[in-house]
Write a protein that binds this ligand. Structure first.
Ligand SMILES: [Zn+2]
Length: 330
């Protein structure tokens, strides 16, 4: 599925193909259900003659700002865009063609026909209720923490909720959680502000890395490729037996909110001892990266810890140096 990094590259692709400044001469619509608003007839009539002023993006929505109104594009599960010359054969699933006044056209190619297109007065009119843009640097760690901490669901499910933060897909949520050292099933309200701040950094790193990678590796005709969840170019290989890119341990999986999370029991579970099967490794991990106030407080506050949890934590602490032991007051 095209995620935020692909959509951002589609936006850049349209700009690099010098689409801004051109006008739409006519539109061919072969899949009527793609046109969300207005009716197909009004869409074709309303768009014809309009000039593209600039091309923006919000979450996974492309905003083609026109001299009057906005053409909004969402790629759905399988949609993609190609700018082609009039001589080119349209792609096999190019159900919607936007003919431009320089003789080229923008093809919306979509095998499953789940892409959506709107022609609206204001860009916002096409958008659902979505949270702040993760790459917008005016979105502060404090605001992120405030939005996330209200929720008691597992953090992975919270990140995928577009109303909390926009455009963080399954792949990038897993990558960011791994790099931030947070278990995907950790309850959102139990995570400290300090650790959430790091999580926001890692979400940005993960998305930025993917945007650059996709931009640096276009298809032969210049279009951005769409990463799929099994792409071995991703940081977490989503296949049975794949290993943690940080420590080499075999990744675990768990279904959270209907989506499969890939995570590392060592790098992401060690702090509370619950997933620390390999205590030696967990100790090293804690030594490098442990924020005691983040970790012990929720451990104590639960009050209903099973004895096994406590014993496992003590085992982990046993191999950590005495200095750390003193620091956390054990
Ligand atoms: Zn690991």
């Amino acid at each position: 599925m095209p995620e935020l990094p692909e959509v951002e590259n589609l936006r850049r692709y349209l700009i690099s193909e010098a689409v801004p400044g051109l006008s739409v001469v006519s539109v061919d619509v072969a899949a009527a259900r793609t046109i969300r608003t207005p009716s197909v007839e009004d869409f074709v009539l309303g768009l014809s003659g309009r000039r593209v002023v600039e091309i923006g993006r919000r979450a996974k929505y492309i905003d083609v700002a026109l001299d009057r109104g906005h053409l909004v594009l969402h790629m759905g599960m399988t949609g993609s865009l190609r700018v082609s010359s009039g001589d080119d054969e349209p792609l096999r699933f190019a159900h919607t063609l936007f003919h431009l006044d320089d003789g080229r056209r923008i093809e919306l190619n979509d095998p499953r026909k789940w892409a959506s297109v709107w022609l609206v007065d204001r860009f916002e009119d096409a958008l659902p209720n979505i949270g702040p843009e993760p790459l917008d640097m005016s979105f502060t760690p404090e605001e992120f923490a405030q939005r996330v901490s209200r929720r008691r669901s597992p953090i992975k499910a919270v990140l995928l909720d577009q109303a909390v933060i926009a455009g963080v897909g399954n792949i990038y949520a897993d990558e960011a959680l791994l790099r931030a050292g947070i278990s995907p099933s950790r309850r959102a309200h139990r995570i400290s502000e300090q650790r959430l701040s790091r999580l926001l950094d890692e979400i940005r790193n993960s998305l930025a890395r993917a945007i650059n990678y996709i931009g640096d590796n276009p298809l032969d005709d210049g279009r951005p490729f769409v990463v799929d969840a099994f792409d071995d170019r991703m940081q977490i290989l989503r296949k049975p037996g794949s290993v943690c890119p940080q420590c080499g341990a075999v990744l675990k999986t768990k279904v959270i909110g209907g989506r499969t999370a890939y995570f590392c029991g060592g790098c992401q579970g060690g702090c509370c001892g619950r997933d620390a099967r390999n205590t030696q490794f967990s100790a090293l991990h804690l030594w490098d990266d442990w924020a005691p106030d983040d970790c012990l407080v929720p451990f104590r506050a639960r009050g209903d810890n099973r004895r096994g949890d406590v014993e496992q934590l003590l085992k982990v602490l046993d191999v950590v140096s005495g200095a750390v032991g003193q620091q956390i007051g054990v």
